[in-house]
Design a protein around this ligand. Structure first.
Ligand code: GCB
Length: 612
């Protein structure tokens, strides 16, 4: 099931956090006996007691950390375990004890001391378990077991299919493969930090902040949601707002209300202001009747006003031109595992490029990455894991809506998030797509009406049925790569014609969410030939000419996002011949070294930002 992953665990006056990251034990369930671990109750005792285990890094994808092909290509259940101790003071104080996994791909069951404490479906959002009743007394080790399944089906988001090969003259009996349409490798495992933390019995469950900025006044509308322990009444809330130096700038005694800040520092994107990413802290507190503090939790807040309409998107009253890229959570060895060094490197490169935005293609990214985007002023188009949807029914629509609610709840306070992307490249020409996207949009708008909804659309403007439900329209277009390959001279005309048609049809802002060409680092061919670095450069330059023409036209052209920030790992299947060692459409290599195209981007983005 999709559920609320809770506020990110943070140390406060009333809460404590312990990291459980490190090297855990790990064991695969055999491919031909997927349920073995459940049948033999591998969660009831350490994995090492009933079979061979290997060491496994947490967080990391498990696929690429060894030399074992079966591990890399595993389909089915994998098991992790470790031990943890609960600090004595948490138990003595009667605190709630929780385990939170930033994400586990794709679905998981979590056990503490042999008891299932939670299960979660969906690989890119947090998994929360209240383990208060499952943990042992102080001084005794607790066994934490996580069973992870990476199987994708028609009912999962993203979709996939287990295909059985029935021709026994060509395949061994029972042979199957995991098929999926998207190109990035379906990395699996415990991908993000695992944190053990405490809260008081009565606790803040959520905080919501919606900001506005008019003239010289910053407005924060806040709601503090709390859960009172059994028998506890008379709790009250307050909020304090601090500036970046932690000086108090506003206070209110209420669970819901509005505070104002005069002459505020607004939240601005990178390169739009000398101080981008300015963050206030709104600290929510709940107090007992005698005034004593019960729980406290801080959220970062960026004061900004976002609006959109037929002419474009504006931030703090200024028209936005979005110049950025699509990314992946992807790197050598760790796959989709969170790595703070990589986060710092990627933001350093984004800023070097002069990018003011990225799209979390094609799934929600780690909260630690989102924190950095807030702080650096890099705008985010926050995308759901619904990549390449190929069927549209009511069951999937309600599941998709749940994912959107879960995503919105996690990221709703983030100033960097300027849009929700419902999907990437849905097969939106199918008749059912119209009502499907109407449903999912309505659910998402009900969860958050303060940001425009979008999707990255691949199908032609005449065939697509998703756009009527969206506020702004992004399209993925590979002119002169997947169509008219080699004919760079056609790009400008084709991009301009295409985007103008979309705008004329819907009168909504339009932009390019993907364009690009694979380039093998070091392959040079002049005149430019596909796969060479020269071809990638020429293709980008031709697209730039198209974007400039659109910017000078009556089309509300809101932005350009190239594909992709860096080369990334892909699946091996019949499309593999087009993916030598992965997708090479990066302007950086997978190890984040520049291809020549990155210098063209840097020139362009920096001059766009300086208004030249
Ligand atoms: C697309 C997809 C993206 C792929 C890219 C490609 O349209 O949205 O996930 O990686 O094309 O390189 O083919």
């Amino acid at each position: 099931q999709f559920t609320w992953g809770g506020l990110y665990p943070r140390d406060t006056a009333t809460r404590e956090v312990k990291s459980l990251d490190g090297i855990w034990n790990f064991r695969l369930s055999p491919k031909d006996d997927p349920d073995k671990g459940f049948r033999e109750e591998w969660y009831s005792a350490p994995l090492a007691s009933s079979g061979n285990v290997i060491a496994m890094a947490v967080p990391s994808s498990y696929n690429d950390v060894t030399q074992d092909k079966d591990l890399r290509d595993h389909v089915g259940w994998a098991w992790y375990d470790t031990f943890f101790m609960t600090p004595r003071r948490w138990l003595e104080d009667g605190e709630r004890v929780l385990v939170r996994l930033g994400s586990v791909h794709y679905s998981c069951v979590v056990y503490v001391n042999g008891v299932a404490v939670t299960a979660h479906e969906g690989g890119h959002l947090p998994v929360l378990a209240d383990v208060t009743l499952a943990v042992k007394p102080a001084g005794q080790a607790n066994l934490l077991t996580v069973a992870v399944n990476n199987v994708l089906t028609n009912e999962t988001i993203p979709q996939g299919e287990i295909q059985y090969k029935t021709d026994e003259t060509m395949y061994p009996p029972g042979y199957f493969i995991q098929q999926y349409d998207f190109d990035f490798f379906n990395y699996a495992g415990i991908h993000r930090p695992v944190l053990l933390y405490s809260t008081p019995q009565s606790y803040i469950d959520d905080i919501t902040v919606v900001t506005d900025a008019t003239g010289t006044t910053g407005v924060l509308n806040f709601t503090v949601d709390y859960v009172a322990a059994a028998g506890v009444t008379d709790l009250s809330c307050s909020v304090d707002v601090f500036d970046a130096n932690m000086s108090s700038v506003a206070h209110a005694d209420a669970c819901q209300g509005t505070v104002t800040i005069s002459n505020p520092q607004l939240w601005w994107p990178y390169l739009m202001n000398p101080k981008p990413g300015y963050l206030y802290t709104l600290r929510g507190s709940i107090k007992a009747a005698d005034g004593s503090l019960v729980d406290q939790y801080p959220v970062k807040v960026g004061l900004r006003a976002l609006s959109w309409g037929a002419t474009g998107i504006s931030l703090n009253g200024k028209p936005l031109y979005i110049h950025g890229c699509g990314k992946h959570e992807d790197s050598d060895i760790r796959g989709k595992g969170f790595d703070p060094a990589l986060v710092v490197k990627d933001f350093s490169l984004l800023k070097w490029l002069g990018a003011n935005a990225f799209r979390t293609s094609h799934y929600p990214y780690a909260e630690e990455i989102m924190d950095q985007a807030d702080a650096e002023g890099i705008m985010v188009i926050d995308e759901s894991p619904a990549v390449n949807l190929k069927t549209f029914d009511e069951t999937l629509a309600s599941r998709h809506s749940e994912v959107m609610r879960e995503l919105v709840r996690r990221d709703k306070n983030r100033p960097a998030v300027i849009s929700w992307s419902l999907a990437n490249e849905p097969r939106s020409y199918q008749a059912e797509a119209a009502s499907y996207f109407a449903n999912v949009s309505a659910a998402t708008r009900a969860a958050d009406g303060t940001r425009p909804l979008t999707a990255a659309i691949i199908v032609p403007y005449k065939e697509d049925l998703a756009a009527p439900s969206l506020d702004v329209i992004w399209v993925n277009r590979y002119y002169s790569w997947y169509t008219d390959t080699g004919h760079l001279e056609l790009i400008q005309q084709q991009v301009v014609t295409d985007l103008t048609r979309w705008y004329n049809k819907y009168n909504k802002p339009v932009g390019i969410s993907e364009y690009g060409a694979d380039a093998l680092p070091g392959l040079h061919m002049d005149p430019a030939y596909t796969w060479s670095e020269e071809y990638q450069m020429q293709l980008f330059l031709a697209n730039f000419a198209a974007f400039d023409e659109l910017r000078g036209s009556s089309v509300a052209f809101m932005g350009e996002m190239f594909w992709n920030f860096a080369d990334f790992m892909t699946k091996q299947d019949t499309t593999a011949p087009g993916r030598p060692g992965g997708n090479k459409k990066g302007v950086f290599t997978r190890s984040r070294q520049p291809k020549p195209t990155s210098f063209l981007i840097r020139d362009r983005y920096l001059s766009l930002a300086s208004g030249k």
